[in-house]
Design a protein around this ligand. Structure first.
Ligand SMILES: [Zn+2]
Length: 388
């Protein structure tokens, strides 16, 4: 048997009551699990970073399987557009915090377990402290800043980091655990990409079922590490293509020059990559939703350009905005005024920052990015504009 991440003492201390023996009987029959494996599951503490598309199925199955303590880090509220894939939450939960919604659902699945809620953004300030209390981390984050942070902190703390990511019809899963062999995330990608060079789920879309498959793979890997069975996905990246229904496996190797787990590491403490990446990008002039509202109310001449996609414009729009999707803006600069102020907006401010950068290169000087996009407008100015 492979080594379990739970030591003997903790496994022996986790006693199962009659109800638990009944609940987990399908595990107990299996010679690979038995009472010993189930006690390890009960003793285990797993941290789910994010209660979203990946975190939902992962946490549901970890709870059902009897992982004794599940921690969840999240700070978002449930939105209608989450429900297409984030199956922890239901329609009745819209507007509630994801953490509370998750706790209710998980307690219903299995009242025998403990749920610990971390209501915060996972950051360099809190990451080490949060991770230190857990045995395994399931990274269900949807952005590079969090992914690098969870990787680094797990390497420092010698915790297995069960990685998953999804994009449109494809997903990937692996286990980063240099202390158990294999590489870390940085062995593969030493530095994060610039923040707005990569579309996130909100911009690129994702098939609703896909995070279900990848999140469940993450749950399986966490359970294997806890019980100490099978071949973990250490040093192997599993890639799934939903359109072709194909799984491919890539071997991954540690990099001796890795800045975190290599022979001469250069990074010894957590870094907030959002700031780090932001500083590398050329900042663009920005305007807040409140300032824009003030200018509109004062009838100051100002052209509002919306660089989102047509379907987004159908869902929600700011009155008076002209729609030119980001992909068309380079070819449609003759439709933009050169004498008036231009404010560009998108959903949350990333695509519009790209547009502002491009238009400044084309000689537009009096141009600003709407901070926080139409989301900020909905939050701060006009709540009748739907969020999505
Ligand atoms: Zn590494």
């Amino acid at each position: 048997m492979k080594a379990s991440v739970i030591d003997e003492k903790r496994a022996r201390a986790a006693q199962l009551g009659t109800g638990e023996l009944q609940r987990y009987s399908r595990h107990l029959y299996m010679p690979e699990v038995t009472l010993d494996g189930q006690r390890r599951l009960k003793a285990a503490r797993v941290l789910c970073i994010g209660a979203g598309g990946l975190g939902s199925p992962a946490a549901l199955y970890l709870a059902a399987a009897g992982v004794g303590t599940i921690g969840i880090v999240d700070f978002d509220d449930v939105e209608l557009s989450n429900l297409q894939r984030q199956i922890l939450h239901g329609t009745k939960d819209i507007g509630r915090s994801k953490l509370e919604s998750a706790r209710d659902r998980l307690c219903d699945v299995n009242p025998e377990i403990e749920i610990e809620l971390h209501n915060c953004r996972f950051s360099s300030q809190n990451a080490s402290q949060i991770v230190s209390a857990y045995d395994v981390v399931v990274d269900g984050s949807d952005n590079f800043a969090t992914r690098y942070l969870s990787n680094d902190v797990c390497v420092f703390a010698r915790k297995a980091n069960v990685y998953g990511s999804v994009f449109r019809f494809e997903g990937q899963a692996t286990v980063f655990a240099p202390h158990l062999g294999g590489p870390c995330y940085r062995c593969l990608f030493p530095e994060p990409p610039p923040p707005d060079s990569v579309p996130n789920c909100a911009q690129a879309g994702v098939l609703g079922v896909l995070p279900g498959i990848i999140g469940m793979l993450q749950a399986i890997e966490a359970i294997k590490l806890i019980i100490g069975i099978g071949e973990p996905l250490i040093g192997r990246l599993l890639h799934f293509d939903a359109l072709k229904v194909k799984f491919r496996e890539l071997n991954l190797w540690p990099d001796s020059h890795c800045p975190v787990c290599g022979e001469n590491p250069t990074i010894f403490s957590p870094i907030d990559y959002e700031q780090f990446c932001g500083a590398r990008e050329e900042a663009v002039p920005a305007i807040s939703a409140r300032e824009l509202k003030r200018k509109i109310d004062a009838c100051e001449p100002c052209e509002l350009i919306d660089v989102r996609e047509v379907f987004e414009y159908e869902i929600a729009r700011i009155n008076g905005a002209k729609l030119i999707p980001l992909g068309e803006i380079a070819d449609r600069t003759d439709e933009l005024p050169r004498e008036r102020m231009i404010v560009v907006h998108c959903h949350s401010g990333q695509r519009s920052a790209q547009a502002v950068r491009l238009l400044r290169q084309r000689g537009f000087a009096n141009i600003y990015n709407l901070e926080g996009g139409i989301d900020a407008w909905s939050d701060q100015i006009d709540p009748s504009v739907p969020k999505y």
